[in-house]
Design a protein around this ligand. Structure first.
Ligand SMILES: C[S@@+](CC[C@H](N)C(=O)[O-])C[C@H]1O[C@@H](n2cnc3c(N)ncnc32)[C@H](O)[C@@H]1O
Length: 208
């Protein structure tokens, strides 16, 4: 970021990182640009020989459309490198005290998008991205697909940030319990959520 000529960033990216760009670098927020326009812009800037950083929240290949942008660059013959990030997929539940897998409780994780038309499910832990606004439908789909309405579930809003909020409720009551939460949020459904109470660590002593 400190070396690039152009920084193209997403909304969820931390402003502290954007502020690291050189004062003379061109900084572009992606907001308002369609995916085709972003793909074209990156290819065009790359073809001009500029050093471009495309900065996204979390991992670029987890619901980040990083794969689509990398494909567009490959097709345009523009060299690029993918730098993996720490996805909210695991980071947000971990920071909120929910292990996605736990020996004897859950041996798998299924990751879904709440913006997809349907939310199919079988078993194990279910993580729904972008599901806050559609939470009522998401929960109804999960129950219709066989999850017990009493399954422990959580919504983690603004995870790891100073104003993080975590609501834990049975799946059948989750949408009602989480109605005041703000995006971005991750929904975690499964028995592992119940471990959170037992994982509460004693407060860390201040250093010194
Ligand atoms: C378009 S996806 C991008 C995911 C990103 N590439 C990643 O690996 O975390 C955006 C969704 O990620 C989830 N998310 C990202 N940051 C979050 C946070 N701090 N707390 C809770 N959910 C978050 C929310 O479900 C949000 O709607």
């Amino acid at each position: 970021v400190r070396d690039c000529d152009v920084l193209v960033h997403d909304r969820l990216v931390s402003p502290e990182l954007v502020a690291e760009a050189r004062p003379d670098a061109l900084v572009l927020a992606r907001d308002g640009l369609g995916q085709d326009a972003v793909n074209g812009l990156l290819a065009e800037l790359g073809r001009e020989g500029l050093e471009v950083v495309r900065l996204k929240g979390g991992d670029p290949f987890v619901f980040g459309r990083g794969g689509e942008e990398a494909l567009a660059l490959a097709e345009a013959d523009v060299p690029f490198e993918v730098v993996p990030g720490v996805s909210s997929l695991a980071a947000v539940p971990a920071a909120a005290g929910i292990p996605l897998t736990h020996r004897g409780v859950s041996a798998g994780v299924r990751v879904l998008s709440g913006t997809a038309a349907e939310t199919p499910v079988d078993a194990g832990t279910v993580v729904v991205f972008m599901g806050l606004r559609t939470l009522t439908r998401v929960c109804e789909d999960l129950i219709a697909d066989g999850l017990d309405p009493s399954t422990p579930a959580a919504v983690i809003s603004r995870g790891t940030l100073p104003d993080e909020e975590v609501v834990v409720a049975e799946l059948g009551r989750l949408a009602e319990a989480a109605e005041d939460l703000e995006p971005p949020a991750l929904v975690v459904v499964g028995e592992v959520v119940a471990l959170r109470e037992r994982l509460r660590a004693p407060a860390l002593e201040a250093a010194g």
